[in-house]
Write a protein that binds this ligand. Sequence first.
Ligand code: CMX
Length: 432
Amino acid sequence: MATLQERFAAQVPELRKELGILAKEKGNNKIADVTVKQAYGGMRGIKGMICDTSVVEPDKGLIIREHPLLTLKELWPEEIFYLLVTGEKPTKEETAALQLDLAARSHIPDYVWDILEAMPPDSHPMCMLNTAILAMEKESAFRAWYDKGMTKSEYWIPMMEDSLRILGVLPGIAAGVYRIRYGKGEPIDYLPTLDWGANYARMLGLPDPTGDFAKLMRLYLNFHCDHEGGNVSANTCHTVGSALSDAFYAVSAGLNGLAGPLHGLANQECLDWILELMDKFGGVPTPEQMREFAFETLRAGKVIPGYGHAVLRVTDPRYTGFNEFGHKYLPNDPVFKCVDTVFTVVPKVLEEFSAERVAAGKNPIANFWPNVDAGSGALLYHYGLTEFPYYTVLFSVSRAMGMLSQLIVNRAMGTALTRPKSVSTKWIQANA
Ligand code: CMX
């Protein structure tokens, strides 16, 4: 049995050796060309950074350490974290040791509660979460070790410490944000005998007599864990971390990116859109009514939340996994039924709208299929988590695993300070 820290420590020398060989043998090989369109277009598709925890294949979706996501859906989130960091699935004993370690780090200091209580009552839950993480920066082991003096080869050790501390407190802080923001009563303590996902479900304080909500939370935390390195939150976290800012700074920064409506906030917007749709037609609308509503949204210049993706070109396997859960546990729920039917209507609408855009000289919509955010809200709503501005916080608790595992691996690899070269429009005019 090896703890996560011991297992990763054993891997680091080999990892560094491989990198040394790669740099020597392939250091000057080319991996990308960049067009002017890409430089203006959010650097879409440019290969210019490394992420070993996961990749997103346009035609397959998320692959974690060589495993397609849906083959991992039975894993609990803490097992996924172990896998993200080490590339190996933990044994039962290793999982139990990690659970104990997280529980031992789950105490939330009083000043965090004071800060959250003092925030304006209409603060966005994402702002509350990110503020709380940032407030705990004074605890950073990385900063303490750095101030005392450490070698570069040791960087990953306090980064691992900070990561485990953040993961230890995160479900409790996130659940506390829910309870404070929505007047649900005092925060609930972490139960060391429960796993990480079920703890989060329990600390939210929603009734769960069947244990199905805890199952959903484990799945939810599993599915949102990572999405390679270039998305806004991962990329932001990576860039901040590359300056050797500690994990509290880097994760809080990454999550501020997740709070954008084109990224994680789509999570809250999706259900809003579905409920508006149901409200307008007094229940589950017919496919024809959905089509009309979808076109109305598009003609008003808005996006249909939960559809499209910067990388994916197929239905997101995470949508498929949530859809399977819905069919198994809540097949007759009206909101779930509505989401399920939207899937049969919206891709066609987007395809037609894209053709109209192209005819009008605009760029096409690259992907008509649902992403992760299209399917999860209806499930949360069913179990009584009806405050959809909170949904991105759930996403954040999960995505912190991806960001933290990337930070640990990057510090072990000695990843360099991020500093791409920007050019001016005048330079493009003269040189491109
Ligand atoms: N509804 C309407 N228009 C859409 C669309 C949608 N669902 N998806 C893409 N488009 C539009 C874009 O807004 C863009 O229009 P402009 O050129 O006028 O700005 C055009 O189609 C081309 O975009 P694209 O190349 O297909 O996609 P991008 O890589 O630029 O954007 C994304 C990807 C996710 C931001 C976009 O599909 C979108 O806004 N979707 C809805 C919001 C959403 O679900 N976000 C969550 C994504 C998952 C996540 O990161 O968390």
